[in-house]
Design a binder for this molecule. Structure first.
Ligand SMILES: Cc1ncc(COP(=O)(O)O)c(C=O)c1O
Length: 383
């Protein structure tokens, strides 16, 4: 009998991808739109990384790669964990994936049985709860609010732990909040994982985009239970190359590799060689990251001040390239507020509904200062 599976019928397509597609479509129709929807650096991929891909192609490195990734990249990932995070993760305990997204998707497939619980900290990236459900698990949300700058309280997390808790997802710096968790909070979370024997899935994809404070990997505290996920997209402006990676316990990483072997086989071989260059050419990549970080910092300062000056309450957060802003003044319903901003101000943002952030919308400030100023003026006009 024809028809879609229960599983796929209950899957919610990504809200951020959908709203970004709508914004791009309006722009194609000639609407003068400022899109602040995409979770994507506005910079181009650095030239030295593109050159490495061209060299790989010219050298005929165009065949299938092993499901775990090419050995040279696994070595570069292991060296990166040591150099930047002071973590000892040997190449055999790493895996290369089709973006950080596939690392996370495969991880949930690898560790969850039906009914297992995964703690997610709200407002969360839209894909975590959907990926958990798709793997048969139950997401359990812990709320955070603007008054704490969206930093979770470890005691509240402890209250959500049950015998079915299989993992917690932490994402610092975070999407959609921009929050950077203090070391003490990450340590307390990892301590809980040690105490109750569950995994920490640490999504560190925005690691290099911190404006105040320092990055900390919970794998320092729970090395046997933490899977550290990262990728090329945000640090090296490589969203379209689709390279991510993870490092962690051997059996879990093997599970991730096994899912890849029966689905994607391996990530793009040419893009993997580009990533070898991105990670190993520390000097060139470092210059790019420093330049981008400084640009984002100035934009963050501009947008946080501008939105607060307009009366849209927006905490000053320290990382990634997002802010969550309370748009109750435009409309208490964040979907109506986002629609009004789109239709009347021609500014596209993502409503907070699917992030579990009622009354809020997410602004991505991975766009020029000129665009940010123009967006603030336009929103000011409708207010
Ligand atoms: C929190 C978070 N994790 C993971 C990803 C996945 O990134 P990619 O699959 O492009 O590496 C994203 C992308 O938007 C993200 O925001």
């Amino acid at each position: 009998m024809r028809g879609l599976s229960q599983r796929i019928r209950s899957l919610k397509p990504s809200a951020t991808v959908a709203v970004n597609a709508k914004a791009l479509e309006l722009r194609r129709q000639g609407v003068d739109l400022i899109a602040m929807t995409a979770g994507e650096p506005d910079f181009d991929t650095p030239q030295h990384i593109k050159d490495a891909a061209a060299r790989a192609m010219a050298a005929g490195k165009t065949k299938y790669a092993p499901p775990a990734g090419i050995p040279e990249l696994r070595e570069a990932i292991s060296a990166k964990f040591k150099r930047e995070n002071a973590l000892e993760i040997p190449p055999e305990q790493t895996v290369v994936t089709v973006g950080g997204k596939q690392a996370l998707f495969n991880l949930f497939q690898a560790i969850l049985d039906p009914g297992d619980e995964v703690i997610v900290i709200a407002p969360y990236w839209v894909s975590y709860p959907e990926m958990v459900r798709f793997a048969g698990g139950n997401p359990v949300a812990v709320a955070t609010g603007p008054e704490s700058g969206f930093i979770p309280d470890p005691d509240e997390i402890a209250h959500k732990v049950t015998p079915r808790t299989k993992a917690i997802v932490v994402n610092s710096p975070g999407n959609p909040t921009g929050a950077v968790y203090p070391k003490e909070v990450l340590t307390a979370i990892a301590d809980l994982a040690n105490q109750h024997d569950f995994y920490v899935i640490s999504d560190e994809i925005y690691e290099h985009l911190i404006y105040e404070g320092e990055h900390f990997s919970p794998a320092h505290v729970a090395p046997d239970r933490t899977i550290t996920v990262n990728g090329a997209a945000k640090a090296y402006a490589m969203t379209g190359w689709r390279i991510g990676y993870a490092g962690g316990p051997k059996d879990v990483i093997k599970g991730v590799i096994d899912v890849s072997s029966q689905s994607t086989t391996s990530p793009d071989t040419i893009a993997q060689w580009a990533m070898v260059e991105a990670l190993n050419n520390v000097e060139e990549s470092g210059k790019f990251i420093a330049m981008a970080r400084e640009a984002y910092r100035r934009r963050r300062d501009l947008i946080v001040k501008g939105l607060n000056d307009l009366g849209l309450s927006t905490p000053r957060v320290n990382g990634a390239f997002y802010v969550l802003s309370d748009v109750s003044k435009i409309d208490p319903d964040e979907n109506k507020a986002a629609l009004k901003m789109l239709e009347e101000a021609k500014v596209a943002v993502v409503p907070g509904t699917d992030f579990a952030a009622p009354h809020h919308v997410r602004f991505s400030y991975a766009t020029s200062q000129e665009n940010i100023k123009k967006a603030l003026e336009r929103i000011g006009a409708i207010l």
